[in-house]
Design a protein around this ligand. Structure first.
Ligand code: IMP
Ligand code: MG
Length: 176
């Protein structure tokens, strides 16, 4: 990615400050809960690493990896689970952590999946919300930033597996 192909959207300090606020809100809300934080791989791993260190109540962590074959314009889509969590979700208050929510398909499917598995409660936390693109109804309980449409990379977000390591988030001007 050339400097000219990208435009900064969220710098590292702004991300850090917002993630700390989100961690504090989660700590308050789950003070009497039994918190299991499940990250959606791969994109959420950087955000989740920072988020859990901003939470000061007991918690356990796990991950799920999924692939989506849905289309934002259709009302249904298929999700394939590539890798499952190892912790049984029963008796836990689940917090699903995602990098970015676009059509909503992935999180709608995951939320229903974990409710049907017997989780005590399921809430959703996403760093970035592309609300304009929502095709599937989901309740976003914790949202870091809302952005307009556009393809973003960095801080875990990839384009063809590249750019996840960048400490800030950029708009990729020519993703294809
Ligand atoms: P959804 O199921 O349509 O909400 O898609 C969410 C997933 O698509 C995210 O977990 C990302 O992996 C990917 N995604 C959506 N928008 C972007 C983006 O702007 N940059 C990188 N990945 C994205
Ligand atoms: Mg993702």
């Amino acid at each position: 990615m050339q400097e000219s192909d990208r435009e900064i959207v969220l710098d590292a300090l702004s991300i850090h400050e917002r993630v700390v606020q989100m961690g504090q809100a989660i700590s308050r809300d789950y003070a009497t809960g039994n918190l299991l934080v499940i990250g959606v791989l791969k994109g959420a791993f950087v955000f989740m690493a920072d988020l859990i260190r901003a939470i000061d109540i007991p918690l356990v962590v796990d991950f799920i990896q999924v692939s989506s074959y849905g289309h934002a314009s259709s009302s249904s889509g298929d999700i394939i689970v590539r890798s499952k969590p190892t912790i049984a979700v029963q008796d836990y208050d689940l917090l699903l952590v995602e990098d970015i929510i676009d059509s909503g398909l992935t999180l709608q499917w995951l939320s229903n999946h974990f409710i049907s598995q017997g989780a005590r409660s399921v809430k959703i936390c996403a760093l970035i919300d592309k609300a304009e693109r929502r095709a599937h109804q989901v309740q976003l309980d914790y949202c870091g930033f809302s952005v307009p449409d556009g393809f973003l990379v960095g801080y875990g977000l990839d384009f063809n597996e590249q750019y996840r390591h960048l400490p800030a988030i950029y708009h990729l001007k020519t993703p294809v």
